[in-house]
Design a protein around this ligand. Structure first.
Ligand code: DX5
Ligand code: ZN
Length: 217
């Protein structure tokens, strides 16, 4: 069964707890938090304060996706705020092995995320150390973008990499996931499905989450 991780980037943050509750009713498994710094990506969102508010609003695991430069400077802050999975970008960190080790030392699951134009085999020497490999299926920065179609091939490459390394990381896909493509994404080998606008901008958060959840059973 696939793991559904609604992204609060597209939620109405004036009622964060209520919006998360509706996603939970629909069958959300994790809550995805998109942290953006205006440098690594051309947008600013929120930091540990909002992550800790999400933590107080739910018992579901928090899946924190750092789209920030120098992520190693902020690991403790996000773990303290309540991250259960903490993911940094391959492109944002020149000492990735050290950062992944540090995240694990802090007692949470470690993820690495990869942009659409970075070859999956760039992760050859880090993948065996991570708990989660997050494949961006849009260029990170904004919700509501169109799914980049070669992401399906990239998911398959990640599955092959996992087999080759005899590793057991989860494969997560983020960006442009909807009821139109989630089945294809699952068939390609994805384990964790992030969905922002297709849930929170749908007009019926619980029903939209339930529909996606049904498609990944
Ligand atoms: C994009 C973020 C995504 C975003 C996905 O940079 O990392 O998590 O919320 O939003 P949708 O599902 O609307 O593409
Ligand atoms: Zn994300």
């Amino acid at each position: 069964m696939g793991i559904l991780a609604p992204s609060i980037l597209s939620a109405d943050l004036s009622d964060l707890a209520g919006q998360i509750r509706l996603a939970e009713i629909g069958g959300a498994d994790w809550i995805h938090c998109d942290v953006m710094d205006g440098h690594f990506v051309p947008n600013l969102t929120f930091g540990p304060i909002v992550v800790s508010a999400a933590k107080r609003a739910t018992k579901l695991p928090l899946d924190v996706h750092l789209m920030i430069e120098k992520p190693d400077k902020y690991l403790e802050d996000f773990v303290e705020a309540g991250a259960d999975y903490l993911t940094v970008h391959f492109e944002a960190d020149v000492h990735l092995n050290r950062t992944i080790s540090r995240i694990k030392e802090l007692g949470v699951k470690a993820g690495v995320s990869i942009n659409p134009a970075t070859p999956i085999n760039s992760l050859n020497d880090i993948a065996e150390y991570v708990d989660l490999l997050l494949i961006m299926s849009v260029n990170p920065g904004f919700g509501g973008q169109r799914f980049i179609s070669n992401s399906l091939r990239r998911i398959k490459e990640a599955v092959e990499l996992r087999e080759k390394l005899n590793a057991n990381f989860l494969i997560e896909v983020d960006g442009g996931v909807s009821n139109k493509n989630i089945k294809m994404i699952k068939d390609a080998g994805c384990d964790v499905f992030v969905a922002g606008s297709s849930i929170f901008k749908s007009g019926n958060i619980s029903a939209a989450a339930a529909e996606l959840k049904n498609l990944i059973i």
